[in-house]
Design a protein around this ligand. Structure first.
Ligand code: CP
Length: 303
């Protein structure tokens, strides 16, 4: 089997999702497996990142690979006007795989078409963030025991949030998901996703209020209102503090409910939640290392 790219979460089958969950579990149990010895991986981040870049780079280090790349494109020849096409053509001469974050939707797919090596999309604008979704799925599997029958509450910026779009697409593959969308009208889940759910007979509910409806949740997936996606700063100011999850709101939620957030957070999860055992977001970020080891190993056919 030849190596392939991961651009959209739908590039993987259900069997591949389950294989990634299994491999991530294996890497969590035994994180130092030198499967990348002799290989070079490029991390090209045209947009800021803490978790995605550092957890990918930790994953590569744990696998024994070497890293090249940049975390700020102004230090590359992009600042002299070099195109994405030429940058990718060049870097694919140097590395065995490219991991790229870029602000333009569709840029990762384009990169995979001009690259001679596999590309992992580490986030392309408001479009997709598939490695985040796989680590979210690993976190759901670890905390709920399964990806079936999950009542998932997605909260906040459901319009521009690439993580919620990817997670929704992945969870469609599993048995009887229920989706609850909590967002202000300006940031509602785009119609294309709702039409898709309806066409598959999957239940979804829309809310604008953040109330005790969350008591039914297995997972509350909080998201940040992303300032960088707004063209008009006035529109951002209107919705930036729309939902804040506080510890007092959790008293009647399910015992096994867990709170996920792709992070970074601004103020949408109050710090008084952090010490509640239902807060899982920092462990979720740690799960990113094992999941990204699994993705790399799977794409390069190392496992
Ligand atoms: N979750 C996530 O993508 O975080 P970073 O922007 O810090 O990579």
């Amino acid at each position: 089997m030849s190596a392939k790219s991961l651009i959209s979460i739908t590039d993987f089958s259900k069997e591949e999702y389950l294989k990634i969950m299994h491999l991530a579990e294996d890497f969590e149990a035994n994180p130092n497996q030198k499967l990348l010895q002799g290989k070079v991986i490029a991390t090209l981040f045209f947009e800021p990142s803490t978790r995605t870049r550092l957890s990918f780079e930790t994953a590569i280090n744990r696998l024994g690979g070497k890293i090249i790349g940049f975390s700020d494109s102004s230090s590359s020849s992009v600042s002299k006007g070099e195109t994405l096409h030429d940058t990718i053509r060049m870097v694919s001469n140097y590395a065995d795989m490219i991991i790229m974050r870029h602000p333009l939707e569709g840029s990762a797919r384009y990169a995979s078409e001009v690259s001679s090596v596999p590309v992992i999309n580490a986030g392309d604008g408001a479009n997709q963030h598939p490695s985040q979704t796989l680590l979210d799925m690993y976190s759901i599997t670890k905390t709920q025991g399964s990806l079936d029958n999950i009542n998932l509450f997605l909260v906040g910026d459901l319009k521009y949030g690439r993580t919620v779009h990817s997670l929704l697409m992945a969870m469609l593959q599993f048995k009887d998901p229920i989706f609850n969308f909590i967002a202000p009208p300006e940031l509602a889940m785009p119609n294309e996703y709702k039409i898709l759910l309806t066409s598959k007979g999957i239940k979804y509910f829309e809310h604008t209020e953040f109330t005790d409806i969350i008591n039914a949740a297995d997972i509350i997936y909080m998201t940040r209102v992303q300032k960088e996606r707004f063209i008009d700063p006035v529109e951002y100011e209107k919705v930036k503090n729309v939902y804040i999850l506080r510890d007092a709101m959790l008293s009647n939620t399910k015992e096994n409910m867990r709170i996920l957030h792709p992070l970074p957070r601004i103020n949408e999860i109050h710090t008084d939640v952090d010490s509640n055992p239902k807060a899982y977001y920092f462990t979720q970020a740690k799960n990113g290392v094992y999941t990204r080891m699994a993705i790399i190993a799977h794409l390069l056919n190392l496992k």
